[in-house]
Design a protein around this ligand. Structure first.
Ligand SMILES: [Zn+2]
Length: 293
């Protein structure tokens, strides 16, 4: 769970061939985790039955208990979750400041569990192909955080119903610091991270006035095209039903095509399963010439 951060624009310099064919991945199992107790604590928090059910689903599918701990987080981040690539275990780290705030702790913990539930059900993560380069370096080095953030925003849309059902928005302010940052950067060029921040504002800020303030600040900075791209991307995410992992892939690719306009009509972004990753579905994002239809 992240607020916002900023980077500058990138330009794609070159591209190269295709990656190896995909192989199958472990996506689920029916093996039960022992100790099927109906009560359970994580980080001192007694879990509500409906949240415990999510924990059990994740642990059944990973065949391992979830590891949760308090840890210092990067700036603007209060929690993170992932499936460990080596062990296949679901890992959650939460900001140490949540330790004394049980309501917010429950909200952020549940938010991360909702992300993990998608992951164990085959909703993919995305990684830049090492063949994609930008003016500032390899995309995997300089642009990975943008596609991570885009994935998060799409997933938030997928489980928005659950966030409302569990009344989690009340304890989590997703608004972040985009406005203050934009005000400081008048005269700067906007980048893909700014587009992402605007998308996040449109889709996640609870107060319409906050969205309007960010929009105004971006326009004042001369970032009209950034606002336009963000409106287009937000509309794709908001208006496309995402029922399956495949739907998420489709929406992700449509957003990427807006976020990184390709230089020629016969070039496009593609996704392929990462054969090196066996515990969850990770798709490699590549960029290249496509066959004419
Ligand atoms: Zn999140």
């Amino acid at each position: 769970m992240k607020a916002s951060k900023l980077r500058t624009a990138i330009i794609f310099l070159s591209l190269a061939g295709f990656i190896c064919p995909a192989q199958s991945v472990v996506t689920s199992t029916t093996k039960q985790i022992p100790a099927s107790s109906q009560t359970r604590e994580i980080l001192g928090l007694k879990l509500r039955p409906e949240i415990l059910a999510i924990v059990k689903e994740i642990e059944t599918k990973t065949r391992k208990s979830i590891s949760a701990r308090f840890d210092d987080q990067p700036e603007f981040q209060i929690g993170a979750s992932y499936i460990d690539e080596e062990s296949g275990r679901a890992i959650i780290t939460l900001d140490t400041r949540l330790e004394d705030d049980p309501k917010k702790l429950e909200a952020v913990l549940t938010h991360e569990l909702l992300h993990l539930r998608l992951t164990v059900n085959g909703y993919p993560s995305f990684i830049w192909s090492p063949t994609v380069r930008t003016a500032k370096g390899m995309a995997i080095d300089v642009e990975q955080s943008n596609i991570n953030d885009l994935r998060s925003i799409i997933e938030h849309r997928v489980f928005r119903v659950d966030m409302i059902k569990f009344d989690l928005y009340r304890y989590i302010d997703l608004a972040g610091v985009t406005l203050a940052d934009a005000r400081q950067r008048k005269g700067d060029e906007a980048g893909q991270a700014d587009v992402i921040n605007m998308v996040r504002a449109i889709l996640e800020y609870a107060d319409q006035n906050d969205i309007a303030a960010v929009r105004k600040s971006f326009n004042t900075n001369g970032w009209q095209s950034t606002v336009k791209e963000a409106d287009d991307i937000a509309a794709i995410i908001d208006r496309t039903p995402i029922i399956t992992p495949k739907d998420q892939e489709t929406v992700f690719l449509r957003c990427i095509a807006k976020l990184y306009p390709v230089p020629k009509a016969n070039w496009a972004f593609t996704l392929k399963l990462d054969p090196a990753n066996k515990y969850y579905r990770r798709l490699i994002l590549n960029f290249g010439r496509v066959a004419k239809k």
